[in-house]
Ligand binder design. Structure first.
Ligand code: SAM
Length: 278
């Protein structure tokens, strides 16, 4: 194992993979069906021919640019485990920050109705259900495949009975109103899409990335449908792209929300917009 790990680290490094040792270890542990600690405890364990063949196949796929998370089929998000596949966006750390804000702003002294619009793998909806014991949650997405995976993840995390899954083009099939709406919509500007790393552009679903003209076309449609879907005093949190804050705040003001403001992520980029229903 030690030898094969050293070799793979070099193979990945030459391919420009940023954390070659970590990725080599993660993929070897995955191939062998145990966790990374095991690699440290048994560095001299020989691999069988069959294990070597499987490992060779997976490291070639990684070198070709397939994201690590799709190869191992899972991610950790907010301390929980989620399955991911090429049908859904790989959840990002910025979205953990969005969720942190949502949990801080959510009322805890009463039952609340929450909505995750564009749920993808279900990370936001599932964390809301897990960390807000008095919340009932609706998770909506346009993608049937994403909803299937989100449902699996809800079961994996023990909150399947707390979440309603809906196939809907934003608010199209949503009839009720909510106290908390959280969404990480697609917000990459159409022409910027060509510049994002090939790993993202080629492998992550376009429907999860493409924000249309100016990057805010989807956000415009979504905010246009807000009316009637928020309870008075309800809070909306959106993840946005850097530089979109002013335009999104304007859209929310137009939608009748108040106190709309853009906030930064930990890297100092404009990343979230928060607003309240009067
Ligand atoms: C940026 S991804 C976010 C996924 C997940 N919530 C997360 O934070 O990792 C955007 C999601 O919006 C969904 N989506 C795109 N267009 C939509 C639409 N018109 N109606 C509903 N969902 C849509 C995509 O399928 C995708 O799952």
């Amino acid at each position: 194992m030690r030898e094969i790990l050293n070799w793979t680290r070099g193979y990945f490094k030459n391919a420009g993979i940023v954390q070659p040792r970590l990725e080599a270890e993660t993929l070897l542990a995955h191939t062998l069906g145990f966790d990374r600690l095991h690699l440290y405890l048994n560095p001299d364990k020989p691999l069988t021919a069959e294990e070597r063949t499987r490992f060779r196949k997976i490291i070639k796929q990684r070198r070709a640019g397939i994201p690590l998370q799709y190869l191992i089929g899972e991610v950790s998000f907010f301390g929980l485990r989620f399955r991911v596949s090429k049908e859904v966006l790989i959840p990002r750390p910025e979205t953990e920050q969005l969720l942190e804000q949502a949990l801080r702003l959510a009322p805890r002294n009463r039952e609340i109705a929450c909505l995750d619009l564009g749920t993808g793998s279900g990370v936001i909806a599932i964390c809301l259900a897990r960390f807000l014991p008095r919340a009932t949650v609706t998770a909506a997405d346009l993608s049937t495949e994403a909803l299937g995976l989100a449902r699996e993840n809800a079961e994996l995390n023990g909150v399947l009975d707390r979440i309603t899954f809906l196939e809907s083009d934003w608010f199209e099939h949503i009839s009720n109103a909510f106290d908390l709406i959280v969404s990480n919509p697609p917000y990459i500007e159409e022409k910027e899409l060509e510049k994002v790393p090939a790993e993202v552009r080629q492998y992550e679903p376009r429907i999860a990335l493409d924000g249309g003209r100016g990057g805010i076309e989807r956000i415009e449609t979504l905010t246009g449908g807000l009316r009637g879907h928020m309870h008075p005093g309800g809070v909306l949190l959106l993840e946005i792209g850097n530089g979109q804050g002013g335009r999104v705040v304007e859209l929310l003001n137009r939608a009748g929300l108040v106190e709309a403001r853009a906030e930064m992520d930990l890297a100092g980029h404009e990343r979230f917009v928060i607003a309240r229903c009067p």
